[in-house]
Design a protein around this ligand. Sequence first.
Ligand SMILES: Cc1ncc(COP(=O)(O)O)c(C=O)c1O
Length: 444
Amino acid sequence: MSLDAGATVVPNDLESYWMPFTANRQFKKAPRLLVGAKDMHYRSHDGRQILDGTAGLWCVNAGHGRKKIVEAVQNQVAEMDYAPSFQMGHPKVFQLASRVGTLLPKGLDHVFFANSGSEAVDTALKIAIAYQRVRGQGTRTRLIGRERGYHGVGFGGISVGGIVANRKFFGPLINGVDHLQHTHNLEHNAFSRGQPEWGAHMADELERIVALHDASTIAAVIVEPVAGSTGVLLPPKGYLERLRAICDQHDILLIFDEVITGFGRLGAPFGADYFGVTPDMITMAKGITSGYVPMGAVGVRSDIYDAFMDGPENTIEFFHGYTYSGHPLAAAAGLATLEVYEEEGLFARAAELAPYWEDAVHSLKGLPHVIDLRNMGLIAGIELAPIAGKPTARAFDVFLRCYEKGLQIRTTGDIIALSPPLIISKSQIDEIFGTLAEVLKEAA
Ligand SMILES: Cc1ncc(COP(=O)(O)O)c(C=O)c1O
């Protein structure tokens, strides 16, 4: 496929780029190229305005093209492009760690930086296993994830993750991983508003896994408080509390993967705040810089950090890190982003909008193909009945039709996921669900 070379902003050949998580051949026949973004909208290469119903990929929480963040990144690149991250530092990364530390739940006050959610997850899993060893519990190496969980695409992340397509091509993965069942159940919980009533007992599965392997072999459990990428699965009332209690009982670390739920998505700084359940580590990415510059991070309980601060002072305590850990541009973007969140009260704004959003989501009830509607904070999941023998085709058709009508949605399987920037207005919420209603009536 060749595009018009006369247009200034489009490449004239699409072949070389192997696109991630994309139907490459379909895309290259009918490309959807984004060339500009401001506030709640993208602009496509053919000049259309597209309302961003997904904050990019769940990340642009502050909205697009925000002056403060743009200028912070521009100034930083002019002042200092890069600083080595090993045995050296630069001021902004320390400032950002402190700022993130003040946002994190009490007790989690150390921050390790990475460059993506996947790296944050692998970092947290490595901290968990290494922590058990440095505190003299080196037999605790086993990791427990959950079916349908998404923890990025590193080998650690796909090993504890539970999305079949992301795992089945890649061999035996890492050893010693077990999975809890997912909690999604349409029979009991379809069309719940917010947290479903049924399913807290699913956490007891952890007791079964502990009984099978013995707690002395288990380092950590990792779950997303709200599973996002698999299609918005909400934790049943009492479920996360129960997981926390079982982990405490057996001295197992609990990691919340908050790459999506962090930074205001639920109307609170973190899912941990929203649910009132504090894990031992929190992985984050996306909203930490509003997606302007890649960054991931792990928030860590201080006594976990302290356990590593042993031995001679001039030795490296933890043999892990990335060339770009705490990159100056990401740190500058992160600091500016957190200021925008605070100055504009965006987390509180998300909380205020959540009831309006909930009503808008559930207005789709009764439309063709809709078998479930789920919502929490500014997240929605709209589950469609698949076309017989063609799983994913219906949702993808809806995605393409929405794009044609100037609305960006995301689909996973036959589920539509929505997660707009936190600056969205009520009329833009109406526009999202108005367009979706139209499209659902027309779709195959
Ligand atoms: C919960 C969760 N963890 C990890 C990741 C991976 O993040 P990244 O794509 O930045 O590696 C994602 C991405 O969507 C995610 O939702």
